[in-house]
Design a protein around this ligand. Structure first.
Ligand code: ADE
Length: 235
Protein backbone atom coordinates (compact mmCIF):
# COMPACT_ATOMS: atom_id res chain seq x y z
CA UNK A 1 0.00 0.00 0.00
CA UNK A 2 1.37 3.39 -0.84
CA UNK A 3 0.62 6.84 0.48
CA UNK A 4 -0.71 9.73 -1.55
CA UNK A 5 -0.24 13.29 -0.26
CA UNK A 6 -1.91 16.23 -1.99
CA UNK A 7 -0.39 19.55 -0.94
CA UNK A 8 -2.41 22.70 -1.62
CA UNK A 9 -0.59 26.00 -1.82
CA UNK A 10 -0.84 29.59 -3.00
CA UNK A 11 2.90 29.50 -3.79
CA UNK A 12 3.52 25.99 -5.14
CA UNK A 13 7.04 26.83 -6.36
CA UNK A 14 8.12 26.88 -2.71
CA UNK A 15 7.52 23.13 -2.60
CA UNK A 16 9.42 22.11 -5.71
CA UNK A 17 13.02 21.51 -4.74
CA UNK A 18 12.56 19.47 -1.52
CA UNK A 19 10.15 17.17 -3.33
CA UNK A 20 12.37 16.78 -6.38
CA UNK A 21 15.66 15.79 -4.81
CA UNK A 22 17.19 12.96 -2.87
CA UNK A 23 15.11 10.60 -0.74
CA UNK A 24 11.66 12.09 -1.35
CA UNK A 25 12.30 12.17 -5.08
CA UNK A 26 13.41 8.52 -5.15
CA UNK A 27 10.46 7.48 -3.00
CA UNK A 28 8.14 8.95 -5.61
CA UNK A 29 10.04 7.32 -8.46
CA UNK A 30 9.71 3.97 -6.70
CA UNK A 31 5.98 4.68 -6.30
CA UNK A 32 6.19 4.26 -2.53
CA UNK A 33 4.64 7.68 -2.10
CA UNK A 34 2.80 9.94 -4.47
CA UNK A 35 3.05 13.66 -3.72
CA UNK A 36 0.90 15.97 -5.81
CA UNK A 37 1.15 19.74 -5.52
CA UNK A 38 -1.89 21.87 -6.35
CA UNK A 39 -1.82 25.57 -7.13
CA UNK A 40 -4.82 27.17 -5.42
CA UNK A 41 -4.75 29.94 -8.00
CA UNK A 42 -5.97 27.44 -10.59
CA UNK A 43 -9.26 27.38 -8.64
CA UNK A 44 -9.95 31.11 -8.93
CA UNK A 45 -12.29 32.38 -11.62
CA UNK A 46 -11.93 36.16 -11.71
CA UNK A 47 -9.75 38.00 -14.20
CA UNK A 48 -7.01 38.69 -11.64
CA UNK A 49 -7.04 35.20 -10.09
CA UNK A 50 -7.63 36.65 -6.66
CA UNK A 51 -6.66 34.27 -3.87
CA UNK A 52 -6.54 36.60 -0.92
CA UNK A 53 -8.35 39.63 0.42
CA UNK A 54 -8.01 41.92 3.42
CA UNK A 55 -9.86 40.76 6.54
CA UNK A 56 -13.34 41.99 7.41
CA UNK A 57 -13.13 44.35 10.35
CA UNK A 58 -9.68 45.54 9.31
CA UNK A 59 -6.21 44.56 10.44
CA UNK A 60 -2.87 43.91 8.82
CA UNK A 61 -2.23 41.07 6.40
CA UNK A 62 -4.19 39.23 3.77
CA UNK A 63 -6.48 36.23 4.22
CA UNK A 64 -6.89 33.34 1.78
CA UNK A 65 -10.44 33.29 0.42
CA UNK A 66 -12.55 30.20 1.11
CA UNK A 67 -13.85 29.49 -2.42
CA UNK A 68 -10.62 28.28 -4.12
CA UNK A 69 -9.77 26.10 -1.10
CA UNK A 70 -13.22 24.48 -1.00
CA UNK A 71 -13.21 23.99 -4.75
CA UNK A 72 -9.76 22.40 -4.81
CA UNK A 73 -10.46 20.05 -1.88
CA UNK A 74 -13.87 19.06 -3.21
CA UNK A 75 -12.42 18.28 -6.63
CA UNK A 76 -9.94 15.91 -4.93
CA UNK A 77 -12.65 14.34 -2.77
CA UNK A 78 -14.62 13.60 -5.93
CA UNK A 79 -11.71 11.38 -7.05
CA UNK A 80 -10.94 9.46 -3.84
CA UNK A 81 -11.63 9.27 -0.14
CA UNK A 82 -9.22 11.16 2.13
CA UNK A 83 -8.22 9.93 5.59
CA UNK A 84 -7.29 13.38 6.83
CA UNK A 85 -7.51 16.93 5.52
CA UNK A 86 -4.78 18.73 7.39
CA UNK A 87 -4.29 22.46 7.74
CA UNK A 88 -0.82 23.50 8.89
CA UNK A 89 -0.96 26.43 11.25
CA UNK A 90 1.00 27.79 14.22
CA UNK A 91 -2.09 27.39 16.43
CA UNK A 92 -2.57 23.70 15.55
CA UNK A 93 -1.85 20.55 17.57
CA UNK A 94 1.92 20.12 18.05
CA UNK A 95 3.22 17.69 15.40
CA UNK A 96 5.44 14.90 16.73
CA UNK A 97 6.80 11.44 15.91
CA UNK A 98 3.65 9.71 17.16
CA UNK A 99 1.49 11.70 14.72
CA UNK A 100 4.02 11.02 11.94
CA UNK A 101 3.74 7.27 12.63
CA UNK A 102 -0.03 7.48 12.58
CA UNK A 103 -0.15 9.42 9.31
CA UNK A 104 2.32 7.05 7.62
CA UNK A 105 -0.31 4.29 7.89
CA UNK A 106 -2.93 6.28 5.96
CA UNK A 107 -3.66 6.04 2.23
CA UNK A 108 -4.69 9.56 1.20
CA UNK A 109 -3.86 12.85 2.89
CA UNK A 110 -4.47 16.46 1.95
CA UNK A 111 -2.22 19.12 3.46
CA UNK A 112 -3.38 22.69 3.07
CA UNK A 113 -0.72 25.32 3.60
CA UNK A 114 -1.85 28.83 4.34
CA UNK A 115 0.06 31.86 3.19
CA UNK A 116 -0.14 35.53 4.07
CA UNK A 117 -1.87 36.17 7.38
CA UNK A 118 -4.10 33.11 7.40
CA UNK A 119 -7.15 31.52 5.85
CA UNK A 120 -10.84 32.27 6.10
CA UNK A 121 -12.05 30.68 9.34
CA UNK A 122 -14.93 28.95 7.56
CA UNK A 123 -12.49 26.45 6.01
CA UNK A 124 -11.30 25.34 9.46
CA UNK A 125 -12.38 22.48 11.71
CA UNK A 126 -14.05 24.54 14.41
CA UNK A 127 -16.54 25.79 11.85
CA UNK A 128 -17.39 22.42 10.41
CA UNK A 129 -15.22 23.33 7.42
CA UNK A 130 -13.40 20.74 5.38
CA UNK A 131 -10.34 20.50 7.61
CA UNK A 132 -10.20 17.42 9.86
CA UNK A 133 -6.92 18.13 11.64
CA UNK A 134 -4.75 21.17 12.34
CA UNK A 135 -1.03 20.70 12.94
CA UNK A 136 1.77 23.02 14.04
CA UNK A 137 5.45 22.15 13.59
CA UNK A 138 6.57 24.31 16.51
CA UNK A 139 6.02 27.40 18.61
CA UNK A 140 7.18 29.97 16.08
CA UNK A 141 5.55 31.63 13.11
CA UNK A 142 6.60 30.94 9.52
CA UNK A 143 5.88 33.14 6.51
CA UNK A 144 3.60 30.43 5.16
CA UNK A 145 2.56 26.84 5.71
CA UNK A 146 4.60 25.43 2.80
CA UNK A 147 7.68 24.65 4.87
CA UNK A 148 5.50 23.07 7.56
CA UNK A 149 3.71 20.95 4.93
CA UNK A 150 7.12 19.79 3.68
CA UNK A 151 8.34 18.97 7.19
CA UNK A 152 5.27 16.83 7.84
CA UNK A 153 5.42 15.15 4.42
CA UNK A 154 9.11 14.36 4.91
CA UNK A 155 8.69 12.96 8.44
CA UNK A 156 5.76 10.80 7.31
CA UNK A 157 7.20 9.60 3.99
CA UNK A 158 10.47 8.34 5.48
CA UNK A 159 8.50 5.93 7.69
CA UNK A 160 7.05 4.12 4.69
CA UNK A 161 8.90 0.83 4.24
CA UNK A 162 11.50 1.10 1.47
CA UNK A 163 11.76 4.90 1.47
CA UNK A 164 15.00 5.01 3.44
CA UNK A 165 17.43 2.26 2.60
CA UNK A 166 17.81 0.43 5.86
CA UNK A 167 14.56 -1.08 7.08
CA UNK A 168 15.69 -0.80 10.68
CA UNK A 169 16.94 2.74 10.72
CA UNK A 170 13.57 4.52 10.84
CA UNK A 171 12.71 2.52 13.94
CA UNK A 172 15.94 3.36 15.74
CA UNK A 173 15.60 7.13 15.22
CA UNK A 174 15.54 9.64 18.00
CA UNK A 175 12.01 9.88 19.44
CA UNK A 176 10.85 6.58 17.98
CA UNK A 177 10.77 5.01 21.46
CA UNK A 178 10.87 8.27 23.36
CA UNK A 179 14.68 8.60 23.64
CA UNK A 180 17.18 10.57 21.57
CA UNK A 181 19.55 8.66 19.30
CA UNK A 182 23.11 7.58 20.19
CA UNK A 183 26.20 9.30 18.74
CA UNK A 184 27.65 7.83 15.54
CA UNK A 185 31.17 7.76 14.11
CA UNK A 186 32.73 6.66 10.85
CA UNK A 187 36.27 6.38 9.48
CA UNK A 188 38.94 7.43 10.36
CA UNK A 189 39.33 5.91 13.86
CA UNK A 190 41.26 9.01 14.96
CA UNK A 191 40.69 12.52 13.60
CA UNK A 192 42.67 15.53 14.87
CA UNK A 193 43.37 13.71 18.10
CA UNK A 194 39.71 12.76 18.66
CA UNK A 195 39.27 9.01 18.95
CA UNK A 196 36.24 6.85 18.17
CA UNK A 197 35.09 5.13 21.41
CA UNK A 198 36.93 1.81 21.73
CA UNK A 199 33.78 -0.27 22.13
CA UNK A 200 32.58 0.64 18.61
CA UNK A 201 35.78 -0.84 17.13
CA UNK A 202 35.53 -4.01 19.25
CA UNK A 203 33.17 -5.93 16.97
CA UNK A 204 31.27 -7.07 20.08
CA UNK A 205 27.63 -6.45 19.13
CA UNK A 206 26.25 -6.99 22.61
CA UNK A 207 28.65 -4.46 24.15
CA UNK A 208 27.94 -2.00 21.35
CA UNK A 209 24.16 -2.31 21.86
CA UNK A 210 24.58 -1.75 25.61
CA UNK A 211 26.86 1.24 25.06
CA UNK A 212 24.36 2.77 22.64
CA UNK A 213 21.45 2.26 25.05
CA UNK A 214 23.41 3.97 27.78
CA UNK A 215 24.42 6.84 25.48
CA UNK A 216 20.80 7.34 24.46
CA UNK A 217 19.68 7.53 28.06
CA UNK A 218 22.50 9.91 29.04
CA UNK A 219 21.92 12.15 26.03
CA UNK A 220 18.21 12.35 26.68
CA UNK A 221 18.78 13.24 30.36
CA UNK A 222 21.27 15.96 29.37
CA UNK A 223 19.29 17.45 26.50
CA UNK A 224 15.62 16.56 26.93
CA UNK A 225 14.70 15.70 30.49
CA UNK A 226 11.05 16.15 29.56
CA UNK A 227 11.32 13.07 27.32
CA UNK A 228 12.76 10.90 30.13
CA UNK A 229 9.76 11.71 32.30
CA UNK A 230 7.45 10.36 29.57
CA UNK A 231 9.68 7.37 28.72
CA UNK A 232 8.56 4.10 30.26
CA UNK A 233 10.81 1.48 28.66
CA UNK A 234 13.94 0.17 30.39
CA UNK A 235 14.19 2.44 33.41
N1 ADE B 1 2.36 28.31 9.52
C1 ADE B 1 3.00 29.34 10.10
N2 ADE B 1 3.69 28.95 11.18
C2 ADE B 1 3.49 27.61 11.31
C3 ADE B 1 3.91 26.61 12.24
N3 ADE B 1 4.71 26.90 13.27
N4 ADE B 1 3.49 25.35 12.06
C4 ADE B 1 2.68 25.05 11.02
N5 ADE B 1 2.25 25.92 10.12
C5 ADE B 1 2.64 27.21 10.25
Amino acid sequence: MSLRVDILSAVPKLLASPLNESILFRAQEKKLVQIVVHDLRAFTHDKHHTLDESPYGGGAGMILKPEPIFECIESLQAEREYDEIIYVTADGEPFNQKIANELSLKSNLIILSGHYKGIDERVRSAHGGLITRELSIGDYVLTGGELAALVITDAVARLIPGVIGDGESALSDSFQDGLLDAPYYTRPPEFRGMKVPEVLLSGNHKDIAEWRDEQRRQRTIERRKDLIEKHTIGQ
